[in-house]
Design a protein around this ligand. Structure first.
Ligand SMILES: [Zn+2]
Length: 321
């Protein structure tokens, strides 16, 4: 019940002793308001309506690694998907750095996501220097509001990389606040708190990832592998921890290196399917769930709207009903 309806209900309390006709009219008004309320707080769009999903990653490759299979599935159904890199990735290479690397990585994520039908934005924050400041919190609040998001995805705040940790903190800090009108009043607040979810990770402390849903990306895995292979600075050349030996010296070496990188990524997405087999079987049924080869998985953050199973099915409309 919204405060407005609560006030109405309170206003009609004195009607308890009123004449029956007035009392019934009053009760009807309250019922109508409560129904209007229910529509307002229908947190997840109904089936058939287009979803709006925004995912945050610390660097221009994090969203792509974690969610671009599911992102492609959404985009193919006409839903609106945006990947935001909170830093510009300008130290993410063993040989290059600064503006030229930031520009190179911007072009890489634009080509990769162009292939998948996903919108991209990169914030001009130096790689390795992200802090969970009030200014950054406000930037994320505005981005989520501007996208009118139904679903927001980000990393958990337990991770080896400080930029990943602080991206997780910032996304959590934006949850709920996106609905509060007088923070960032220049950007209209959302009427509903979106669902917030985390990517999975391999960190065990304080708790391991416990995804609430696992998605088969088998039908789009080739596309995802193609997209990741376009991010040459990170995957062909090894990013911050690469070395000169990785750079292909001939077209044949290049083709071999692309094959190698694609296989490394495929192994990673197959490992996720094995690790979250129980969740796949739960969502796809035992027989189909066993057959899934490549997966992505997502965990509900407790600070956004808490979707029930039917709402999750509407947010992830990939189960054929
Ligand atoms: Zn990263």
């Amino acid at each position: 019940m919204t405060p407005k309806t609560a006030r109405l209900v309170a206003d009609f309390q004195p009607l308890a002793g009123a004449a029956p006709v007035r009392r019934i009219t009053g009760i009807l008004v309250v019922i109508v308001m409560a129904l209007a309320d229910a529509t307002l707080v229908a947190q997840v769009p109904n089936r058939g309506e287009k979803l709006r999903i925004i995912a945050f990653g610390a660097h221009p490759d994090d969203c792509e690694l974690q969610a671009s299979g599911t992102g492609t599935l959404w985009a193919a159904q006409g839903h609106h998907v945006k990947f935001v890199s909170v830093t510009n990735g300008d130290i993410g290479h063993w040989r290059e750095a600064g503006g030229p690397l930031a520009l190179r990585r911007k072009q890489e994520v634009e080509s990769a996501n162009g292939l998948l039908g996903i919108t991209v934005e990169i914030l001009d924050i130096h790689d390795g220097e992200l802090l969970p400041t009030l200014e950054m919190r406000q930037r994320l609040i505005r981005l989520i509001r501007q996208w009118n998001a139904d679903l927001v995805i980000g990393p958990r705040p337990n991770d080896y990389h400080p930029d990943h940790r602080y991206t997780g903190i910032l996304v959590q800090d934006a949850a709920y606040m996106v609905t509060v009108p007088f923070i960032c009043p220049d950007t209209p607040p959302l009427k509903k708190n979106p669902v917030f979810m985390y990517y999975t990770d391999r960190f065990q402390k304080p708790t391991p990832s416990q995804p609430d849903i696992a998605i088969s990306i088998d039908s789009v895995v080739e596309k995802k592998l193609d997209a990741l292979a376009l991010m040459e600075s990170q995957f062909l050349e090894g990013g911050a921890n690469g070395h000169a030996g990785l750079i292909p010296k001939s077209p044949a070496e290049r083709a071999e290196r692309v094959r190698e990188v694609r296989e490394q990524h495929a192994v990673r997405f197959r490992a996720l399917a094995d690790r979250f087999r129980a969740e796949l079987k739960d969502w796809y049924g035992p027989a189909q769930g066993m057959k899934v080869r490549h997966a992505e998985a997502f965990e509900i953050c407790e600070y956004g709207h808490q979707p029930d199973r039917s709402e999750l099915r509407r947010l992830f409309p990939f189960f054929g009903d």
